[in-house]
Design a protein around this ligand. Structure first.
Ligand SMILES: Cc1cc2nc3c(=O)[nH]c(=O)nc-3n(C[C@H](O)[C@H](O)[C@H](O)COP(=O)(O)OP(=O)(O)OC[C@H]3O[C@@H](n4cnc5c(N)ncnc54)[C@H](O)[C@@H]3O)c2cc1C
Length: 498
């Protein structure tokens, strides 16, 4: 067993790959080990009936020159390898509450103007909202890319205030409160728990500008993977880590399902922290820490219908459509199986060859793990007929709702496939198929923030459970983790100077 690697990274999602890129660029010999056949984790794209579908990246924000995501992907050399499609500037997100419709316009000023037109008495509140989310972004050093002494959770109002508390203090207009929280599924927020900063960092990014990546998440992950390989890094697929071996002082190697043992000087896990804990048997990890990490509440999961449209039948929709069955967005996730779903999100894949017609679309709805728990012991493709029937009924329900909201669309659907919380659980090992991993809770800000450090001195964590989820949040998590090797300000300087 020779120590060929400086760092072994578990998982090839955007978190693992971004760490791999940054560390390989600094001369570390990195190896990324991925359990799946395809790299990308939640960012993988897949083909159904000749149409490319995205799993976990449908739009990105702040991606124009000088903005945060642009700076990150410029630094990571991703931009030359991807093609971006700007969503409709006048209405990139549309929200329908039963029979009333509202929308967001792109750009802070346009956002204020357009929403003030929809809520004429509320201009001041809308302006204050924009000021607030801009302030929160600028005060978050890794979002504004300003040098700092160390990245730590700051106990501020926007960590200790929930999204709904803030909205209630902003305006008495309940409809405006709901519209400003309309893209709640982007962070699967929970009333009286989700801190304001989670909402603000996401919304301020998307309001600046919102784009789809033509060719999907694959084009991003392949760009990173190619760069890593060019810099001497390695990526192995179909390589599930089943154990992280430790001596009395540190981690020494990872053991793969096929029995292979790979030594390294240090290790980074981008897997869900509770899964990472299951790989570790060492007294360095105290029971209290293990219990805390394992019992953290996670965001809800989802059920998705991937639709193949008949050729030249459905016009490409260059915006995202959110539906709520009542005026209170916070009720949207908490429903029993009998009145499921209370909301859904509908989007189209950008047609890769251009043109005015969509080839594929998705309907995403929250789904609790308990709805599929009876099949929890089954494996992909072997979950049985009852499960297939469950999926068919859920898909039909969503398609009925889509037909109600987009009359005539049903006749233009050639075929569809579905995914459930079990799909995500088994594909990424995210606990209970959770959409975005650990749920941040303003009542327990520090307890629900998972540190990049573990009690094993050369084992670090990264990914959506550290810092934040989403392409932007996970890129920042990767910087937080790589800062353990390189120093945070060195990375910030490099990003700003590129
Ligand atoms: C339905 C959905 C829609 C989304 N839409 C958007 C969006 O529009 N915009 C946006 O910015 N974000 C979006 N997100 C969020 C975003 O996709 C995720 O936050 C992000 O991709 C998570 O990356 P990660 O690297 O932290 O984790 P993951 O992508 O889960 O990567 C972890 C990797 O580790 C691997 N792994 C786990 N255990 C092991 C093991 N033992 N051995 C080897 N490998 C292992 C997994 O297979 C996986 O590849 C969406 C997510 C979902 C689910």
């Amino acid at each position: 067993m020779s120590q060929r690697y400086d760092i072994v990274i578990i998982g090839s999602g955007i978190g693992g790959l971004t760490c791999g890129y940054i560390l390989a660029k600094h001369g570390y010999k990195v190896l990324i080990v991925e359990k799946n056949t395809r790299i990308g984790g939640c960012l993988q794209s897949f083909y159904r009936g000749g149409v490319l579908f995205d799993t976990g990246m449908h739009y990105v924000g702040s991606i124009e020159q000088g903005q945060t995501m642009y700076k990150f992907w410029n630094y990571l050399d991703v931009l030359p390898d991807i093609k971006l499609q700007k969503l409709d500037e006048e209405a990139y997100d549309v929200f329908r509450f039963k029979d009333r419709e509202f929308h967001y316009a792109m750009g802070y000023d346009n956002f204020v103007e357009e929403l003030s037109r929809q809520f004429p008495a509320e201009r001041r509140a809308i302006e204050s909202y924009i000021e607030k989310i801009k302030q929160i972004s600028s005060e978050s050093p890794l979002y504004s890319l300003t040098e700092i002494d160390g990245y730590k959770m700051i106990e501020t109002d926007y960590v200790k205030t929930s999204v709904n508390e803030y909205m209630e203090s902003l305006t008495d207009d309940k409809m405006l409160q709901s519209v400003l929280t309309g893209n709640l599924p982007l962070y699967a927020g929970v009333k009286n728990k989700t801190p304001l900063y989670v909402h603000s960092l996401i919304n301020s990014s998307y309001i600046q500008n919102s784009y789809r990546v033509v060719g999907g998440g694959d084009s991003v992950t392949h760009s990173l993977a190619n760069s890593i390989r060019k810099m001497g890094g390695e990526i192995i697929r179909n390589a599930e880590v089943v154990k992280i071996n430790c001596n009395s002082e540190k981690a020494t190697s990872v053991e793969l399902k096929n029995g292979e043992v790979i030594e390294a000087k240090s290790f980074i896990s981008s897997a869900h922290p509770s899964h990472t804990m299951s790989l570790l048997e060492t007294s360095m990890i105290r029971k209290a820490y293990r219990d805390r990490v394992t019992s953290l509440e996670n965001t809800i999961s989802n059920f998705t219908v991937y639709i193949n449209f008949k050729e030249n039948s459905v016009k490409y929709m260059n915006r995202n459509f959110y539906y709520y069955d009542n005026d209170d967005v916070w009720q949207s996730w908490d429903c029993g199986a009998e009145n499921w779903p209370k909301s859904y999100l509908y989007m189209h894949q950008v047609p890769q060859g251009g043109g005015e017609f969509a080839v594929g679309g998705l309907i995403i709805a929250y789904m609790k793990y308990e709805d599929v728990e009876q099949w929890s012991d089954t494996k992909v493709e072997k979950r049985g007929e009852e499960y297939k029937e469950f999926k068919r009924q859920k898909a039909e329900k969503l398609l009925e709702m889509l037909e109600r909201d987009f009359p005539g669309i049903r006749a233009n659907i050639k075929s569809y496939s579905t995914s459930t919380p079990l799909t995500y659980r088994d594909y990424t090992y995210t606990k209970e198929g959770s959409l975005y991993g650990v749920l941040r809770d303003k009542n327990f800000p520090l307890q629900t923030l998972v540190s990049q450090r573990t009690k094993v001195p050369n084992l670090f964590l990264t990914g959506q459970n550290i810092n934040a989820h989403g392409v932007l949040g996970v890129t920042i998590s990767a910087i937080i983790t790589c800062a353990e090797y390189l120093g945070v300000n060195n990375i910030i300087r490099e990003i700003n100077n590129k």
